[in-house]
Write a protein that binds this ligand. Structure first.
Ligand SMILES: COc1ccc(-c2cc(=O)c3c(O)c(OC)c(OC)c(O)c3o2)cc1
Ligand SMILES: O=C(O)CCC(=O)C(=O)O
Ligand SMILES: [Fe+2]
Length: 355
């Protein structure tokens, strides 16, 4: 397959989306209207089993203990990666003020009039900016959310045209927050390296350079939350995603044992989702909406440089079985997955040796 890695002025770009209505504006105009294009069928909304009781069992990892080499915490971490693929992190060392400033500045941005927000709208050839991502067909059922996406690190990858300038302090709060989260991601990658039987710095090194994107999701309230989804089921293509949830509205749900388990926000905790070579699961997840409350979430995606070739690590392949995934350039794998209509884990099939 030829390379599909895309760049403009040496800045990576990502597949653009079809233009769709702004959900926040739609709700402002008529809070009762839920157009047909957003309505999900019963099967999509079904939870299959009532897994809400499992919410309290989503693992909680103490990063301070983990990073200081606590053996028990490392075992807990390994179990969390193997059995869940998702966990919450406490004692991460990110100051509460840094988290709060990020939330406040983002709320201020989304409260701006649409014309102001549209000054940093996604351009027709990219996924970065304010708008909607992953809309690839006119038939696709739409998500009940608006989003702001940008590459933050390395800073040479930033597209100045879509960085916010109208909200005072927003740019600085994104930088401070993202620098802190980069440290958290590096610490977690160190622990994943250890549980995979490698040197602590091995996975970070495999990235060549850690690329970091931020996606701020804005979910307006929906009068019929049982008929729409804030974000369709998908699994992230990043090696690691760290998510901050604003407020106490439970929106995130993860696939576990055939059902959807809600991840109830713990105060100041960060939610982590890890992908690694088929040994640890890349878990499908989605976001539901709330009848009366706005919800914001902040996803920081960490990925390798586009040119990095990814393949299963030798020692993870059982000598009696064939490798599950072939060698592909990370940039190709990611863009291919972004061009597909999201059907949960479709993109992991692209890198599989057999379809
Ligand atoms: C259906 O809703 C969604 C589907 C996919 C994503 C999403 C997943 C990612 O892994 C991801 C990402 O890694 C990334 O960084 C390069 C990114 O920025 C360009 C994403 O927007 C992104 O989105 C979210 C919601
Ligand atoms: O809002 C959430 O909890 C989920 C967001 C998410 O999955 C994403 O941005 O990739
Ligand atoms: Fe996600």
């Amino acid at each position: 397959m030829g390379s599909i890695t895309e760049q403009v002025d040496n800045i990576p770009t990502y597949p653009p989306s079809l233009q769709v209505p702004n959900v926040q504006e739609m709700v402002l105009k008529d809070p009762l209207e839920v157009p047909e294009r957003y309505i999900r069928n019963e099967e999509e909304m079904q939870t299959k089993t009532d897994s809400s009781h499992l919410s309290s069992q989503v693992p909680v990892i103490d990063l301070s203990l983990l990073s200081n080499g606590d053996k028990e915490e490392l075992m807990k971490f390994e179990l969390a990666c193997e059995e869940w693929g998702f966990f919450q992190v406490v004692n991460h060392g990110v100051a509460i003020e840094v988290l709060q400033t990020m939330k406040d500045a983002s709320n201020e941005f989304f409260e701006l009039p649409l014309e102001e927000k549209n000054k940093i709208a996604m351009p027709p050839n990219d996924m970065q900016g304010y708008g909607h991502a992953y809309v690839v067909s006119e038939e696709q059922t739409l998500d009940w959310s608006d989003t702001l996406i940008m590459l933050v690190y390395p800073s040479r990858f930033r597209n100045a045209k879509i960085w916010p300038t109208e909200t005072k302090g927003f740019k600085e709060s994104i930088e401070t927050y993202s620098t802190e989260l980069k440290r958290v991601a590096e610490e977690l990658l160190g622990s994943v390296s250890l549980i995979m039987g490698m040197d602590k710095g091995a996975l970070l090194e495999l990235h060549k350079e850690l690329v970091q994107a931020l996606r701020v999701n804005y979910y307006p309230p929906c009068r019929t939350p049982d008929k729409v989804l804030g974000i369709s089921p998908h699994s992230d293509t990043s090696t690691i995603t760290i998510l901050m949830q604003d407020g106490d509205v439970t929106g995130l749900q993860i696939r576990h044992q055939g059902g959807w388990v809600p991840v109830k926000p713990l105060p100041n905790a960060l939610v982590v989702n890890i992908l690694s070579n088929g040994k640890y699961k890349s878990i499908e997840h989605r976001a539901v909406t709330n009848e009366s409350k706005i919800r914001l979430s902040f996803a920081s995606f960490f990925i390798p440089l586009d040119e990095v070739e990814i393949e299963p690590l030798n020692h993870l392949i059982d000598s009696d079985s064939l490798p599950m995934y072939k060698k592909v350039k990370y940039g190709d794998y990611m863009r291919q997955s972004m061009k597909m209509k999201h059907d949960g884990k479709a993109h992991t099939r692209m890198a599989k040796t057999e379809f």
